[in-house]
Design a protein around this ligand. Structure first.
Ligand SMILES: C[S@@+](CC[C@H](N)C(=O)[O-])C[C@H]1O[C@@H](n2cnc3c(N)ncnc32)[C@H](O)[C@@H]1O
Length: 350
């Protein structure tokens, strides 16, 4: 409870806008695609001034989806999604900090009108993320997103397994958060600024992968990874050599996913049709599909393209009847260069 009130006080009272942050750990370094930049122009300044995200958790092909943003703050990402899911979609945001949720709610009518909708397609919930299963049934959401929040959650395993439960089969948790290149030492865990500014609650990258697999998200895929420039010499001295990274992951809930890329001889062809990506679709950091070009893919990638909302946009040739061994172009090399991602050449996190 002490932790909860410290976070609430920080985001509700101590910081009023991004310039009050003591580090650059809650500042987005990813660049936004044009369709997201266009929506950002339509969002109220007060919402954007109190945005403390560290990535861009906005995937493609959102039309008509039912989405939840966990730790939505003042709702910047909720409103981006509100526009992108369209009038037939719906976006929920949950956050425990009253002052943040009040700002998000203040602009529901303004944003609804600005997007040209007859009625709102957003709803904000003032509560703990830990209680999401009280609001959403099992297998009920297409997409859950989050931006710089997961590190702040105390019981990460409990929350991640609730996220898994309330997602539909074929749904995904697509989120940006901070990770460390090692486990955070005990003496730093309770440091108020390091915690509230999304560093000392961050997981060691490999522990996150282990946790994701434990709750059922078998093969996390990296969308982007950026080294964080903390920009605060005093705090950097405390951290000594610990490096932090902002990573956007895509975690799928798909029956049959394996914990590694295996070769069953599948081929995938992007047929086009995704509005934001007419000629080239990016599944993850290392899977880019040019329209019409056949690509050999592992069994997991075949499932991600055939058992999800992307199924109408891909032709998948092959089945799982014959196993040809490890997917050949999936190396197992982990990069030694700490500034690059620790994923293999298939995009699978290792
Ligand atoms: C770094 S801010 C990011 C806010 C928002 N995603 C954004 O991009 O502006 C972290 C947010 O997570 C919320 N938060 C942290 N832990 C939470 C929890 N257990 N339950 C609900 N909200 C939580 C805080 O209230 C705060 O608004």
């Amino acid at each position: 409870m002490e932790l909860v009130s410290s976070i609430q006080k920080y985001y509700g009272e101590e910081i009023q806008n991004v310039s009050d942050l003591k580090t650059l750990a809650c500042c987005t370094v990813d660049s936004y695609p044009k369709h997201v930049k266009d929506v950002l122009l339509l969002i109220e300044e007060e919402i954007k001034n109190k945005y403390y995200g560290c990535g861009s958790p906005i995937p493609d092909a959102l039309d008509g989806l039912k989405v939840l943003d966990i730790g939505c703050g003042t709702g910047r990402d909720v409103y981006i999604l509100s526009k992108l899911v369209g009038e037939n979609g719906f976006v929920y945001g949950i956050d425990m900090t009253k002052q943040q949720i009040e700002i998000a709610e203040r602009y529901v009518d303004v944003q609804t009108k600005r997007f040209g909708y007859k009625k709102p397609n957003v709803m904000f919930i003032h509560d703990l993320i830990e209680n999401i299963d009280e609001y959403f049934e099992e297998n009920s959401l297409d997409l859950i997103i989050s931006n710089c929040v997961f590190n702040l959650i105390f019981d990460k395993e409990m929350v991640l397994s609730k996220i898994y439960k309330i997602l539909k089969n074929g749904g995904e948790f697509y989120f940006s958060d901070n990770y460390a290149d090692r486990r955070i030492p005990e003496h730093l865990k309770d440091h108020p600024i390091l915690y509230n500014e999304c560093m000392s609650g961050a997981l060691y990258k490999k522990d996150f992968i282990r946790l994701a697999r434990k709750v059922g998200f078998m093969e996390p895929r990296v969308m982007s990874e950026n080294k964080i420039n903390i920009n605060n010499p005093e705090l950097e001295a405390l951290l000594e050599n610990i490096q932090f990274y902002s990573i956007t992951y895509r975690l799928w809930k798909i029956e049959g996913l394996e914990d590694a890329c295996e070769d069953y001889g599948h081929v995938a062809i992007y047929k086009g049709g995704i509005k934001e990506s007419p000629y080239k679709f990016i599944l993850d950091q290392t899977h880019v599909f040019e329209k019409g070009k056949p690509e050999r893919v592992c069994g997991n990638t075949a499932l991600m393209l055939s058992k999800t909302r992307f199924k109408d946009y891909f032709e998948i040739i092959g089945d799982f009847s014959t196993h040809y061994g490890e997917f050949s172009s999936c190396g197992t090399t982990v990069s030694n260069n700490a500034s690059t991602t620790s994923s293999n050449s298939c995009g699978c996190s290792v």
